[in-house]
Design a protein around this ligand. Sequence first.
Ligand code: HEM
Length: 425
Amino acid sequence: MDEATDTDGAAEAASDKTADPIDDRASGDFDFFSPAFRTDPHAEYERMRTECPIAHATEPFDWYAATTEATVKQIIRKPKLWSSKHGPGLAYSGGGVLVSVDPPQHTSDRRLVQQAFNADALLALEPDIRTLVDHEIDTFVDRGEGDLQELLGTPVPLIVIAWLLGLDPDYCREIRPRADAVIARHADKQSAKESTSDPNRVDEVTYFGEMIGTRRQMLAAGEELPDDTLTALLTAELDGRVLTDADVLGFMMFLFIAGSQTTTQLIGNMVWRLLQNPEQMELLRNDRSLIPHAVEESLRYDAPVHGLFRTNNEETELEGVTLPADSKVMCTFFAANMDPAAWDDPHTFDITRDLDTLKKHWAFGKGIHLCMGAPLSRVEGAVALEAILDRLPNLRLTGEPTMISAPVLHGVEKLPVAWDAPQAD
Ligand code: HEM
């Protein structure tokens, strides 16, 4: 993991300029909520980075977007100055776990979750994921056409996160649309302004709460507990700290939301770009060792999360723009992955790029909040791609994909495709 140094944060933050958020260098007529950002973020971020690398928006309040790799790095590496305490979304939201807290609570949260969620445990799921993907393909392969996101991209990550957390996969399928609504709220300008409460959320809270209660009873009765994240969270202990039921609930809700839709985007975006670039698909068909490259190039070229926010603890200057304390600044991981100062020919989708270089992309964030599910997503992406190559021959697009509407997420929501269905004997 990237180390996060924060020693020079205060010095860099000190600025003797008068705070003026409507600085010339921060102007620009960008509407992050416009359809253009959904349909062609490559062009929009290019324009944004070139014209105003710290873009200033005024809806629903003053906020900023950092689009050069150097600035994103500068923010992410200084967690003392650039806090997560107001949440990773546009809204100023307090409380929460992991992505919404700073050290020392973040350090402790992360170590607790790590007890259940370490890379070895995640990678050990690979054989089960292969079986799952094969099973899902069995259910639709004869059809010869359909929406690949509905058929494969959505169920696989959802069922895997259900296994990990000890949830009922059918229940997860049912509540999934509401989880999407939670993601949408992270960057929705109206919600950011109003801080509404969602009546549907009660269902999940009740369901997760009941599961926690049942496990607690099993624990108290000395019964054998399933080997999953819920058990690990309930029994985790760090420096004498154990998690309360409210803590466990917070972790479960967060992991469910963080772990499914993002990986769905990875699968859909990756297949979409390969279909758009048939010569790349051909390279892959002729050389399966390029599968990990295709996964990483997809994450670089189409980061599933546009970016996440930090808030500065004191007045700070970035790229010549003075930001008052407590400004919301979006680290646009998507744009950092497209910065020509960091990448050769960034707008070309090329799965032959060097793998170690590719893995330096920003899709999983970096620093102390680096994504804990990255090894799992990589496995899911690679296993899904391999099965698609094996079992859906002559895969082709049959229409224009629909793009996902949640502003914080990027990529295809529906991917209409056809393939040569197996001949009946
Ligand atoms: C392609 C799929 C995924 C993408 C693009 C993604 C992206 C991210 C990003 C950008 C962050 C950084 C947050 C920040 O800097 O504020 C993050 C954090 C996190 N992700 Fe993921 N994620 C993915 C899959 C997953 C999965 C499958 C899981 C769980 C099974 C997961 C669990 C987490 C956790 C626990 C954190 C919080 C780390 C912390 O705050 O210390 N993610 N993810």
